[in-house]
Design a protein around this ligand. Sequence first.
Ligand SMILES: NC(=O)c1ccc[n+]([C@@H]2O[C@H](COP(=O)([O-])OP(=O)(O)OC[C@H]3O[C@@H](n4cnc5c(N)ncnc54)[C@H](OP(=O)(O)O)[C@@H]3O)[C@@H](O)[C@H]2O)c1
Length: 319
Amino acid sequence: MFLYIFGLVVFYYVYRWFRELKRVPNKSEKYVYITGCDTGFGNLLAKHLDTLGFCVIAGCYTEKGEDELKKACSSRLCTVQLDVTDNESIKKATDAIKALVGDRGLWAVVNNAGVSIPSAPNDWLVIEDFKHMINVNLLGVIAVTLSVLPLIKKAKGRVVNIASVFGRVSPVGGPYCISKYGVEAFNDSLRMNMAPFGVKVLCIEPGFFKTSVTDINLIQSNIKKLWDRLPQDVRDDYGSDYMDRVKVMMKQMFVKMLDGDLMKVVSCMEHAISAVHPRSRYSAGWDAKFFWLPLSYMPSCIADVLLLKDVIKPKVSIL
Ligand SMILES: NC(=O)c1ccc[n+]([C@@H]2O[C@H](COP(=O)([O-])OP(=O)(O)OC[C@H]3O[C@@H](n4cnc5c(N)ncnc54)[C@H](OP(=O)(O)O)[C@@H]3O)[C@@H](O)[C@H]2O)c1
């Protein structure tokens, strides 16, 4: 009996592996628009797709990012200056894309641009701290998608959203998890809305990777800034040595968890764009597959115990 079940499982994975190998034809006629291409996953994906023969339209936040990417890629790649929080900038980019793709439509948009600070306990923050990140990570994704959706429908193409394992579990305070939960929700409703039009909507959920988003120096200096502006009574609750303990914990955690192999994420993005049969969801990284996603399926009472075990407690903690 066990052998029979084992055989079925093996057959399923072998079948899935073969099915997922097949790639779409005519890459050189397919346009892919990627946001946040200055650094990190977006930058690597732009270069990778360019090498594979796609026509990449790279949205860059800075002029420096545009120049460096152009130098590193073929003449097929074009760049557009893009701030995903600015409607005017999105419209200008969309007009340029319309002119480029013509009647073929746009094969894919990859919503990759994102930021990760401020991240801190919620009682350290004010509402303004939430707005900028939600504007970039969530409203930016929606605005860019809506601006090019007619072109994607024309090509029966794809929307690829970069969420996070923190769109499934929410262990840190601040707007990051909120924004990524929102991306997951937008992704899921759009996937169903677009299915009748032959448009596929795919979601990538990376674990912890070494990029600017997880730059420990940037994150720590931002936490220090937030600490410095706290009223004395809140600082007293957390204790005068709280920041030092957080620094030590973060250093240990980041050394243990950060994965330097960005191709694990970029390969998932590339598969979502170019496979004939892409997956609805991709979890990239061992921590995503074996820790964060299983954790997201656990009852809250168990997940909370596991997460609170290693967290730095305030001085007045009753736990
Ligand atoms: N690294 C991870 O562990 C991890 C895990 C899960 C999910 N993610 C997600 O992956 C995506 C890519 O992040 P990454 O890790 O590759 O970090 P990254 O290197 O910082 O890439 C993010 C890019 O977005 C750009 N950007 C920031 N604000 C923008 C705006 N308003 N408009 C347009 N572009 C903007 C940044 O430009 P500048 O560099 O010029 O600021 C940067 O090029 C993000 O959505 C992030 O949340 C990352």
